[in-house]
Write a protein that binds this ligand. Sequence first.
Ligand code: FEO
Length: 401
Amino acid sequence: MNIRQICRDIHYVGVNDRTTEKFEALWPLPYGVSYNSYIVIGKEKTALIDSVSISEIGAYLSHIRDIMGERQPDYLVVNHMEPDHSGSIPEIIRAFPDIRIVGNSKTIDMIGGFYNIDDNERFLEIKDGDSIDLGGHTLGFFLTPMIHWPETMMTYVEDCGVLFSGDAFGTFGALNGGVIDAEMLIGKYISEMYRYYSNIVGKYGRFVEKAIDKLSGLDIAYICPTHGPVWHDSLPEVLDIVKRLAGYRPDKGVVIIYGSMYGNTAQTAEKIAEYFAAQGERNIIIHNAAVAPMSIMISDAFRFDTLIVGSATYSMRLFPAVETLMNALETREIKNKTFAIFGNFSWAKGAVISKLVEFAERMKLPVAARMAIKQNPDSTAEPEIEKFVKDVTAARENERE
Ligand code: FEO
């Protein structure tokens, strides 16, 4: 049985990690994660494409030997140096002492820095557009910086239409038996793709768009990312999702995120949602910033077109969980949102609104509506909340026309 074959002479040798709880020590992994690696077997030479986290080195070497037997891989192509893919390089060298590492000048510099490997004979430096003939299969290299580090590149095998895309087109979720999308139900991987993209790659949309443009002339049948399924049947759907995310073109939906100490800001958020529901909006998501995972709040804020942030006043500042969220959104340079803000106060009416406006100005997000509610949002606050929702809706309709 070999369900790990992608196409002729190209095999999957990646591994699953169902132990690590947080990717990059930050992002929850409820379904695990795969570190994908592949082998291309030519008539004369063989190449490993990317490697895996050091935590899974035992399973990884055994997968390589399952395919290669006693034959040693000649090359290790390093498309990306983040340690979830490069961490096992020293062990690969130990296992295959003659292997040569293929990368660009930045890759080679990073390998020296991370792993103290500076033996020039070990490296084969490539430039954009270079290729390596393995005999029957040729590896073509495309430098695609900042997806999601400066050294990132992609490798293309033309005769099979296979693109090894690094982190681009990746998603969270370990693989459960199948490797290619046609061998599994992909719904969970698609929903995790939004979280993966926004959490990991989100800041670098313009570089993703550049890479997609650069590769647009290639005839691609399989995209083999470093995380998640190999895309074949679902390639158009996945390409469309990544293009929309990279271009900050959101899906329709209202995301309301609040921080509340004693429930008054929470009640305001609930009432905002009720007014949206009453006027027909069906995709409304509310997050309590003190409780909801940051990873999911970032993902929803990134994905949907309308973002409303509210905060209790906390020592004249934002509620801390809301400030942390706004910092994370600013880091990801989210754009193209209908953005609105609200706050609850007892005696410092303008404090949270002015702090949220500062974030909005730095993020170049126009503020569609703002509202400060004194203490409990009782019936006297209803007209103000209703007007707030109408103002957001009007701005939203203008912006999406
Ligand atoms: Fe999966 Fe940027 O590493």
